[in-house]
Design a protein around this ligand. Structure first.
Ligand code: NAD
Length: 299
């Protein structure tokens, strides 16, 4: 049976969890709140948010859990979110890039990007870059701020086509999801290298939560969903279990100062070979800067 790991309390520390209204993100937000963190849930589902915040407050007896609207499928919404967060004048010690969609039909974000690529990857690329100054100012040597990005084992079958990042040639919802999760791994490794080169007290790791029973599967073939419903208890982790690798990356003392890792079940694991290709990491970074209007010199 699953034994809940024990982590040190995190008073006076602040976390943002994207997609913290449901599934793995909700459980991540709950566990961080339970450890004493001030948690800001970033999401686009206001109705769910009220309920999520209420439940976490009741369960953890923490009053420092709040919701701030952020639609990751809209660059202007992301910019507004960051502006509102910065107006609070509070530090930021942990950013959990968790929100995501899977196998949605071919659709576009507000800015005209294919939805998996635009929301799962580019949205978090922009959000992280806009929050880096706050993360840098909030970390200190021996007590780094941390960026935790949620990828997936699906990245192992992903392919990154720099010439067709929008999958416009021949759209496959599975390939589009896999590519977005592969891009998040490449992003994390490059981010970590840039942060380390600057001596910034910020680390970046990427996590795989495992196969977790959440609503993420709502767009999957109905037959597969039926099997999931029948055998889910056997094959799937609960959202609470699925959240542990994110929580581990966010707070585990043994990861202080450690970045650039792909973590699965609280352990370092190798990601797909191509993710270690520094040229590809750099090319994707440059393209992403252009697509989001971030200056290439940063972070
Ligand atoms: N469930 C799994 O088996 C599994 C496996 C590997 C990786 N993951 C990853 O874990 C993460 C969490 O997924 P989950 O399984 O908890 O699914 P979920 O569908 O329960 O949660 C996804 C969250 O993302 C949010 N979200 C969706 N669109 C958004 C938008 N436009 N703006 C802001 N927030 C938005 C949703 O509101 C929700 O809170 C995802 O990144 C997913 O790819 C899940």
């Amino acid at each position: 049976d699953f034994a809940e790991p024990v982590f040190p309390r995190q008073p006076d520390r602040v976390a943002i969890v994207t997609g913290g209204t449901d599934g793995i993100g909700y459980c991540t937000a709950k566990h961080l709140a339970r450890l004493g963190m001030h948690v800001v849930i970033a999401g686009n589902n206001e109705a769910r948010a009220e309920e999520a915040v209420g439940r976490i407050r009741a369960e953890t007896l923490s009053s420092t859990v709040e919701f701030l609207y952020c639609d990751l499928a809209s660059m202007s919404s992301i910019r507004q979110f960051v502006q509102k967060f910065k107006m609070k004048n509070i530090p930021l010690h942990v950013l959990v890039n968790n929100a995501g969609v899977m196998m949605v039909p071919q659709r576009e974000t507000e800015d005209g990007f294919e939805e998996h690529f635009g929301l799962n990857y580019l949205g978090h690329f922009l959000l992280t870059n806009l929050l880096l100054d706050t993360l840098r100012a909030s970390g200190s040597p021996g007590c780094s701020a941390r960026v935790v990005t949620v990828s997936s084992a699906t990245h192992y079958v992903g392919q990154l086509d720099l010439e067709d990042l929008q999958g416009s040639g021949c759209y496959s919802p599975h390939a589009a999801y896999a590519q977005s999760k592969l891009a998040l791994v490449l992003f994390t490794y490059r981010l970590q290298r840039l942060l380390a080169a600057q001596g910034s007290p910020v680390t970046a790791n990427v996590v795989d939560p495992g196969v977790v029973d959440t609503d993420l599967y709502r767009h999957v073939f109905w037959g597969t969903r039926l099997v999931k419903r029948a055998l889910g208890w056997l094959l799937f982790k609960t959202p609470d279990e699925g959240a542990w690798t994110s929580v581990y990356a966010a707070v585990a003392p043994e990861l202080e100062g450690v970045g650039g890792r792909y973590l699965y079940n609280e352990k370092e694991t190798k990601s797909l070979k191509v993710t270690y290709d520094q040229k590809l990491q750099q090319q994707l970074w440059t393209k992403s800067c252009q697509m989001t209007g971030i200056a290439e010199g940063s972070p």
